[in-house]
Design a protein around this ligand. Structure first.
Ligand SMILES: [Zn+2]
Ligand SMILES: [Zn+2]
Length: 151
């Protein structure tokens, strides 16, 4: 059953956390860019807003936001090694379609994801708390390149 939308503040307060200035800055960045940013990129962007922020704080804050259910951490098929990416939970549920060659990431939104959820819940009597769908393959451009190389 869908829960009522919560503000970031409510969501954190529920977990006994405060929405500090650093947390707000990072959340705003993730909401606004709507992209999948790694911690270093986020750190660079956050520094533009507050030059006093340091790397350790940014990493720690990301971890907290993740635990607070406001941010999703993705590995995107480990396209960049151990690097992880972050995105806002505010976005509608979507699957990540990742090119294993160039690392391009597409987002797939749509009904099939809701169906998948329903079927899993029914089939396993399972209450889903979190869904993360990743699809790896080759984008149109890289497919052509690969065909050319193997020809
Ligand atoms: Zn590609
Ligand atoms: Zn995404």
């Amino acid at each position: 059953m869908p829960t009522a939308p919560q503000t970031a503040k409510e969501s954190l307060t529920q977990r006994g956390m405060r929405l500090t200035r650093q947390r707000q800055i990072l959340l705003d960045l993730l909401d606004k860019t709507g992209q999948h940013l790694d911690a270093d990129r986020l750190y660079a962007l956050a520094r533009e807003k507050d030059p006093k922020l340091n790397r350790v704080t940014v990493y720690r804050t990301l971890k907290l936001l993740k635990e607070g259910g406001l941010v999703d951490e993705l590995d995107l098929m480990h396209q960049r090694g151990e690097q992880h990416f972050y995105e806002t939970r505010k976005k509608e549920e979507h699957a990540h379609v990742i090119c294993l060659e160039c690392g391009k990431v597409e987002e797939f939104f749509g009904e099939p994801l809701a169906k998948l959820r329903e079927q899993i819940e029914t089939m396993f009597q399972f209450q889903i708390a979190l869904v993360r769908t990743e699809v790896g393959g080759y984008c149109a451009h890289c497919r052509l390149e690969r065909e050319r190389k193997s020809a």
